[in-house]
Ligand binder design. Structure first.
Ligand code: ADP
Ligand code: MG
Length: 688
């Protein structure tokens, strides 16, 4: 009798090569196969009448063959015309077919087909459907349960995966599977075993619409378990790192007082509160792990400077890491404004430096002369050897993965204190699951006297009116951004569409220096353009969304975004944050393609009415889900087995509750949960 802990190679017909491939999906044992859950279902439990068929639905239909035809062009096609008993018609289209297939389609035969309903010139069509010839006594496609569709890897077909999972389910049927979560939820939900069976083979009596939308109680149970386990793992990372020892800083105010006196503004309450929270952390012998959230322009830089002054006072080095070269250089500039007058030595490291510069900077870092080191991810390359790194400041955290965060901290001889800054306000519920390994400080107020950015929506058809507006702004000596947001498959197409806009603008604004920047330019080309723009040699910058994060050009006062309806609110808010950085009144014009749908209109209205990043992020979460806000790829919450943080965000609160309960379970049970739900590759960072 097969047991759940048997390796998959024990399945007959599953060879070494396939086993290796499945291993890469994290599937090593029969139990792993059971947790390889369907990503969706096909409903072959009912036959859809052609009169009820809906375009783009996947449907099972039954009809009889009227005639077949082969289109003999170079791209041969087999066409099979069907009609049902009410004389509704559909056409099957095959782009690849063999002689045997063609001969099997005989006029008058009854056929069942499953596939996506499409519409062609002559009416309904299906392309390459799965089909069975009923009157030739092939097994009907009609099923009594929903058909699971599994995620696959190359070399494995859906049919094979289904067969193997079913063998694993047989083993499950006759064994006991540990259900650690059952006690935690006090048996208020279906058992693990029942839930798993249901998900692999939902029965017809079940509420299929719930299963399809992943809201069935059995699914909810597993989703909550997975989300909670994910949070548990982050909480464990946090507590593991917190339990490490590090250098405590002695808080000393001589440098910070000097800096305070030199400022021509007062810190906001939120800035002061964040500084206090940070000081408390770094004065402790457990490493700080803090996320500093604040809208664009809320003044995060100076808060970070106050933190690093404490490192300087204590004779330690600080590393400041930014996700791009442009941003790193900008940090170099904005940090230096504060640090140079205090006589603090700053080094810089980036990928584009020449060998000579690099060697110089590396030696300053190694011999300890450099007190603050600013750079890109070049900071954690092998050759970099810090003298006594004790504080790491990371900007725009969502562009880095957890792993990168950790590898920089491994550069230090002892675990350094870490401050992570993000300009993307994150709604609370998300912070819980994506950043449960960090403490948070929130700068939720802007410095006083900031003028709200006037935001208007304008139809694309009124583009010509903007030419006048741009001329006026430019005559006042101010600069303008024009962002092209056409969402295209490739950067090449994006660049092409930006090119058209660029041609239009430069031919209508002959007196202005109009320059285009897009993702296909290389780093140094982008550098040069951004430098020219910030030094006012460019009047109008036409850009794809590459300028989104962090660019600081206070003289720019007009932001125009084309096709704004296609972007998320959080992203639009980020773009808008590129202006309004100086004392002058700034404006943002959101152009849209009419007609605007009701929700698109609502979304643009939110931006017109609010400048509050946290409010906007919350609305964006409600309207579009968290992927947009976090960039799910980077957060490690993208590849879950059943949970989908976008679809299931309504369960996050419950998951948070259960994750803290899990923390009180025995270590063995905690680890068993983590083993079950989180792939090995992801757990290795516990030891970091
Ligand atoms: P961000 O949070 O976007 O990184 P910055 O730190 O770049 O914001 O600050 C934006 C601008 O606001 C800077 O020019 C900075 O000098 C200024 N600033 C920061 N704090 C205050 C304050 N409390 N009052 C007035 N201006 C401030
Ligand atoms: Mg900043």
């Amino acid at each position: 009798m097969a047991s759940l802990s048997d390796p998959i190679i024990s399945i007959s017909g599953l060879g070494q090569k396939t086993s290796d491939r499945l291993n890469q999906l994290g599937i090593h044992t029969l139990e792993h196969l059971i947790f390889h859950l369907p990503s969706r279902y096909q409903d072959k439990t009912t036959i859809t009448q052609l009169s009820d068929a809906k375009i783009s639905d996947e449907s099972l239909i039954e009809a009889s063959i009227d005639r077949i035809e082969v289109i003999p062009s170079r791209h041969r096609q087999l066409l099979c015309y069907l009609s049902d008993n009410q004389n509704h018609r559909i056409l099957l289209r095959f782009f690849h077919f063999n002689q045997y297939q063609k001969q099997a389609f005989v006029r008058g035969e009854t056929i069942q087909c499953f596939g996506e309903i499409k519409v062609g010139r002559e009416g309904l069509e299906m392309h390459h459907p799965e089909y069975r010839l009923i009157t030739q006594e092939q097994k009907p496609l009609l099923e009594s349960t929903l058909s699971p569709i599994y995620p696959l890897c190359s070399g494995v077909t859906q049919a094979k995966m289904k067969k193997w999972v079913n063998e694993a389910l047989e083993a499950l049927n006759s064994s006991i599977i540990d259900d650690y979560f059952e006690k935690i939820i006090n048996n208020t939900m279906p058992s693990l075993k029942d839930s798993l069976f249901l998900l692999h083979h939902p029965k017809q009596g079940e509420d299929l619409s719930k299963i399809e939308s992943f809201t069935h109680i059995s699914q909810q149970r597993l989703i909550i378990e997975e989300l909670a386990t994910h949070q548990l793992s982050l909480l464990k990372i946090k507590s593991a790192r917190k339990s490490k020892k590090t250098t405590e800083f002695t808080i000393n105010h001589s440098l910070s007082d000097k800096l305070l006196k030199s400022l021509d503004f007062q810190l906001t309450k939120a800035q002061n509160r964040s500084i206090e929270e940070i000081n408390k952390d770094i004065a402790s012998s457990n490493p700080m792990l803090r996320l500093l959230q604040g809208d664009v322009g809320s003044g995060k830089t100076i808060v970070a400077v106050f933190a690093l002054l404490q490192a300087v006072e204590n004779n330690f080095q600080t590393a400041v890491m930014a996700p791009t070269e442009i941003l790193a250089r900008q940090h170099l500039q904005s940090f230096s404004i504060y640090l140079n007058p205090l006589g603090i030595k700053v080094a810089f490291l980036s990928g584009s430096q020449n060998a000579q510069e690099r060697i110089e900077q590396l030696s300053l870092i190694e011999n300890g002369e450099a007190q603050v080191i600013i750079g890109t991810h070049a900071l954690f390359q092998e050759k970099v050897s810090f003298n006594n790194l004790a504080l790491v400041i990371i900007d725009e955290q969502h562009k880095f993965g957890v792993h990168q965060r950790l590898s920089l901290s491994q550069k230090a001889k002892i675990t350094p204190h870490q401050l992570v800054m993000t300009a993307t306000p994150i709604p609370r519920s998300l912070t819980m699951s994506a950043y449960a390994d960090l403490d948070t400080s929130i700068i939720d107020e802007l410095p006083p006297g900031r003028q709200a950015i006037e935001t208007v929506a304008l139809s694309n058809t009124r583009r010509d009116e903007l030419i006048k507006k741009i001329k006026i702004i430019s005559n006042e000596g101010r600069q303008i951004y024009w962002v092209c947001t056409l969402i295209e498959e490739s950067e090449a197409l994006r660049a092409e569409s930006a090119e058209k806009t660029f041609t239009y603008l430069s031919s209508n604004l002959e007196d202005l220096n109009v320059v285009m920047i897009h993702g296909r330019l290389n780093k140094s080309e982008k550098e040069v353009i951004m430098k020219d723009f910030s030094e006012k040699r460019i009047d109008l910058l036409v850009a794809t969304t590459v300028i989104e994060v962090g660019v600081n050009v206070p003289n720019a006062s007009l932001m125009i975004v084309e096709n704004a309806e296609r972007l998320g609110l959080a992203q639009l808010h980020q773009l808008r944050g590129r202006v309004g950085r100086g004392a002058e009144k700034s404006a943002c014009i959101l152009m849209y393609q009419s007609p605007l749908s009701q929700t698109a209109k609502q979304r643009l209205d939110i931006l017109r009415q609010s400048n509050d990043g946290f409010l906007i992020a919350q609305k964006d979460l409600e309207l579009r889900g968290p992927g947009e806000i976090l960039g799910t790829q980077q957060t490690g919450i993208a590849s879950m087995k059943i949970a989908n943080i976008v679809r299931d965000s309504y369960l996050l609160k419950q998951a948070g509750y259960y994750s803290s309960k899990m923390l009180t379970a025995s270590l063995d049970n905690q680890n068993a949960l983590i083993d079950r739900w989180i792939d090995e590759e992801k757990t290795h960072y516990f030891n970091a």
